[in-house]
Design a protein around this ligand. Structure first.
Ligand code: SAH
Length: 397
C-alpha cells in the first residue's frame, strides 16, 4: 500500500496560472499573512490587510481586485501584481435531472478529480469533495479503486472545489440565509486520512468564521479506516467522522476494503472510540454499501448491532451503484428495507441513501474514468487519422 507520497505536501501557497503571481483563491489564513509580511506590508497593517483580503475572497467570492472597494486603489494595484483569483479549469460540468451537479476539475495534465453537489442532504445540500486524484485503497466495489493514485490534492485545491460550487450556485456572499450548500463531505475520490495535512488545512480555511464559514459540525470526513490517524483527525479538525464499514467480520472486510488487512475491525473500533467528543450530538456515521448476497443478510444486520455497541452511531445504507465491469449487484430493495428495520428497531437512525445523479455518472470515480476513456478513444481516433493522412501522403508521393 502506497501510503506516503513524495508530492503529498505540495506548496500551500500554490503558484497561480500566471507564474509570477500567487493564487489567493484557496490560500489559508496563515499563508496569506506570511505572504503579506514577505512582500513588505507594514507589520502593524498585516492583520488588517489579511482580514480585508480574506473577506473579499471567502465571504464575497470576488473574482477580481476592482471589487475590493475598502482597499485604496494604489494598494489594490499592488495586490493585483502579487496575486490572482483563479478558479480551476473545469473539464466537465453536469447537472442531473434530480438537481445533482458534478464537476470534473483539472489540476494538471491527466490530473482530474470530481466534486459533486447533492441537493437535499444535511440542512439543505452537501458538497462531496475529493482529497486525492485516484486512490490507493482498491476497495473491490469502488470504481475509484480501479484508477491508480495520481497525487494528493493540496489544501488550496480542496478549498477551490467549494469555491467552484459556490460560484455555480451563486452563493456569494456567504451569509445568504437560504443557502443551498450547507454541508461538506470528504466522500469524493481518495482517502482523506492519507492526505491529512492538506485536508486539515482546507477545513481550517472553509470553516474560518470570517470567510466561507462552514461550522465544523457540518463537515464530515469519511475514511476507509486508517486507524492510527482517526483520533488525530478529530483533534486537528473537530470534523464529524464517517467510517466506510461495509462488512461486519474481518474476512469479508479484507475482501471489500483491503485496508482492513492492515487495520482490522478491532483496531478500527479501538481508534473510533478515541475520537474526541463523541456523544449524542456527535455521532459517527457508518457507511454500509448494500451488496446483493455479499453483506446484506439479517445475521449481518445483527452482527452490525453487536459491533456498534457503545459507539454513538448512525448508519447510512448505500444502495450499491453499479459501474461497467463490476461483479457486484445492488441488494434487492426489500432486503435493504429489512436490513434498515433491524437497525431502526435497535434505536439507530439508518436512512437508505437514495441513488442520486445516476444520469450524470455520479458514482464515485465514474465521471473521471469516462472522461479518461473518452480521451483515450479520441487519441486513438486522432492516431488513426494521422496514420491515414500519412498513408495518403505516402501514397501521393
Ligand atoms: N476513502 C474514503 C472516502 C471515499 S468515500 C472512504 O472510503 O470513506 C466514498 C464512499 O462511497 C465510501 O463509503 C465508499 O465505500 C462508497 N462507495 C464507493 N463506491 C461505491 C459504489 N459503487 N456504490 C456505492 N457506494 C460506493
Amino acid at each position: 500500500m502506497t501510503q506516503s507520497l513524495d508530492i503529498s505536501h505540495a506548496a500551500n501557497a500554490d503558484r497561480a496560472s500566471n507564474p509570477s503571481k500567487l493564487n489567493l483563491a484557496g490560500m489559508g489564513f496563515d499563508t496569506l499573512r506570511e505572504t503579506l509580511i514577505a512582500r513588505g506590508i507594514e507589520p502593524k497593517k498585516v492583520n488588517m490587510r489579511a482580514r480585508q483580503l480574506w473577506r473579499w475572497v471567502y465571504h464575497y467570492g470576488v473574482r477580481d481586485f476592482s471589487g475590493m472597494t475598502d482597499i485604496a486603489k494604489v494598494q489594490r494595484a499592488e495586490f493585483e501584481e502579487w496575486f490572482e483569483l483563479e478558479r480551476p479549469d473545469i473539464t466537465e460540468a453536469l447537472v442531473s435531472v434530480d438537481g445533482t451537479r458534478k464537476w470534473l476539475i483539472e489540476y494538471g495534465p491527466n490530473t482530474e478529480a470530481e466534486t459533486v453537489f447533492i441537493p437535499d442532504v444535511g440542512r439543505a445540500g452537501a458538497l462531496c469533495v475529493s482529497s486525492q486524484v485516484g486512490c490507493t485503497l482498491n476497495c473491490s466495489f469502488c470504481h475509484t479503486g480501479t484508477q491508480k493514485l495520481v497525487r494528493n490534492l493540496t489544501a488550496p485545491e480542496i478549498v477551490r472545489q467549494v469555491m467552484v460550487a459556490r460560484d455555480a450556485l451563486e452563493e456569494w456572499p456567504t451569509s445568504n440565509e437560504n443557502r443551498k450548500l450547507t454541508n461538506i463531505v470528504f466522500m469524493g475520490m481518495g482517502e482523506p486520512l492519507y492526505n491529512l495535512d492538506n485536508v486539515a488545512e482546507a477545513i481550517d480555511t472553509i470553516s474560518h468564521n470570517e470567510g466561507i464559514s462552514f461550522g465544523r459540525r457540518r463537515i464530515t470526513v469519511s475514511t476507509a479506516g486508517v486507524a492510527p490517524l482517526i483520533p488525530e483527525l478529530g483533534r486537528r479538525t473537530n470534523a464529524m467522522l464517517a467510517i466506510s464499514l461495509h462488512a461486519t467480520n474481518d474476512d469479508l472486510r479484507n475482501e471489500l476494503v483491503p485496508l482492513n488487512k492492515k487495520y482490522n475491525l478491532k483496531e478500527l473500533f479501538d481508534a473510533i472510540r478515541q475520537y474526541p467528543d463523541l456523544g449524542n450530538s456527535k455521532k459517527v456515521t457508518f457507511e454500509y454499501v448494500m451488496l446483493k448476497g455479499v453483506n446484506d443478510s439479517m445475521a449481518e444486520a445483527k452482527d452490525l448491532l453487536r459491533l456498534l455497541k457503545g459507539v454513538p452511531a448512525k448508519i447510512n445504507l448505500i444502495p450499491f451503484n453499479p459501474w461497467p465491469g463490476t461483479n457486484y449487484e445492488c441488494s434487492d430493495w426489500e432486503t435493504i428495507e429489512t436490513f434498515a428495520e433491524v437497525l431502526n428497531r435497535a434505536g439507530y437512525s439508518a436512512p437508505i441513501r437514495t441513488p442520486r445523479g445516476r444520469d450524470i455518472l455520479a458514482a464515485c470515480g465514474q465521471l473521471r474514468s469516462e472522461s479518461v476513456k473518452q480521451r483515450a478513444s479520441e487519441r486513438r481516433k486522432a492516431e488513426l487519422a494521422a496514420k491515414a493522412a500519412e498513408a495518403e501522403g505516402t501514397a501521393a508521393e
